[in-house]
Design a protein around this ligand. Sequence first.
Ligand code: BTX
Length: 325
Amino acid sequence: SSIKTQLYEALANADGEYLSGQALAEIIGCSRTAIWKHIEELRKSGFELEAIRKKGYRLISKPDTLTEHEIVFGLETKTIGRHVLYYDSVESTQIIAHKVAREGAQEGTLVIAGEQTGGKGRMARPWHSSNQKGIWMSLIVRPMLPPEKAPQFTLIAAIACAKAIEEVTGLEPNIKWPNDILYNGKKLTGILTELQGEADKVNFLIIGIGINVNQKNEDFPEHVKDIASSLEIESGQPVSKVKMIQKILKYFEKYYVLYMEKGFAPLKILWESYAGGIGKPIIARTITGEISGTAIGITDEGILLIEDHEGNIKRIYSADIEFPS
Ligand code: BTX
């Protein structure tokens, strides 16, 4: 409710000081009984609150949950992530995002879930999304662009995630073209951009982002254990999902705005600063076959360039890549 939201904001702004029921009632403009009732509601949602007679109420801690309020409070964006749809458990946030986007969801709408029972990667591969341990979210954007630009959004999202990981955890991750973020060769994040459009224009893009945040090694199923890692495993401490989400949204908006103004070229430089594997031997598996050679970099459009063994430069639009050691 809006009283609950205002109550939380007033307590959070008090910076650990006590606020009396009377003072809160005046700030919010409701009765003291309403304050008392909503304090109980905050407690039920996982907020730790201290109540002392004659002094009032004090906020001790807030839950690291992903409700709309938690995400929007303190969010430094104009449109991205301003509208949040949170679900405890869904098959895939991509499916829900497609549905609400078709129904007209506004630019920047974020669909997020505690758990996915059928999380998906590219080419319908499964994406393991354990309950409350990671960030499983899909962002809806409606850029006025031709559909062939859609893959660039995977790269933009990857830079935003890498930057957020760096800022929140201090780790220095690598981006593996096109859609993975790795640390020490292990996958922390996967990105899946899906497009709904016509021949000449995008209707909307759904940018799915999966980040392993607080898993321990044993939380991963057998087949991903060896290739995956989490922010907690790598940084040695639990990481706030809310903080991560807010930073990703902040940087995504920043790079999205830059991209719409100036195109991909200025972002390419940033992308390259995170890219692992440039100049190294590479194998790209595409639907039409395998190309091996040396990774040269990406173009101003975000297309991967590989120099094959005959010295020809190949342009790769979509592939799974491997760096053979
Ligand atoms: P991808 O096709 O590049 O990677 C999928 C592969 O990654 C799987 O085949 C598996 O080997 C491995 N894998 C599966 N789960 C994990 C995990 N938790 N951590 C590391 N590796 C894993 C990557 O596709 C794109 C993933 C996007 C996921 C987001 S989550 C929110 C949104 N909803 C949804 O269903 N997908 C997206």
